[in-house]
Design a protein around this ligand. Structure first.
Ligand SMILES: [Zn+2]
Length: 136
């Protein structure tokens, strides 16, 4: 016999030092912070304690532009459009949602960050991204 149920598992975890710097910068300054690697130059977002490209830990925080390019996206019915966004100055992409996304999206379209009016050091302090321009 198989019994099907959904299990909710609420959890709380520490954001860590690097993750906390990212969240506090969102909350206090409306800034998106990343980490630049002294060894290889890779810039990751959000902030990290080690480089995802070369594993070095000599990183410094850098402020990233609140604008970037659409890399990929998916629509989740009832939840909206979620996208990978390559912020200007960063390597890799940040996963977040699109706000008021147009019917047609294209790889490379310009997007801009929009911050929540009330912020609480949570990823939702970055409300999402709005499409600002056409693709290449
Ligand atoms: Zn590196």
């Amino acid at each position: 016999m198989i019994r099907e149920e959904k299990i909710q598992i609420p959890f709380v975890y520490a954001a860590g030092q690097a993750g906390s710097r990212f969240l506090v910068a969102l909350r206090d300054d409306g800034r998106i912070m990343g980490s630049a690697c002294a060894a290889c130059g890779h810039v990751s977002v959000p902030t990290r304690s080690f480089c995802p490209a070369c594993s070095e830990s000599d990183l410094s925080d850098v402020e990233l532009a609140g604008e970037g390019n659409l890399v990929s996206w998916t629509e989740i019915p009832g939840r909206g459009v979620f996208a990978l966004i390559n912020l200007d100055g960063a390597d890799g992409a940040l996963l977040h949602r699109l706000i008021d996304s147009p019917d047609k999206l294209a790889v490379g379209q310009r997007v801009r960050a929009q911050f929540a009016e009330t912020r609480k050091a949570h990823i939702s302090d970055l409300a999402g991204f709005v499409v600002t321009g056409a693709g290449p």
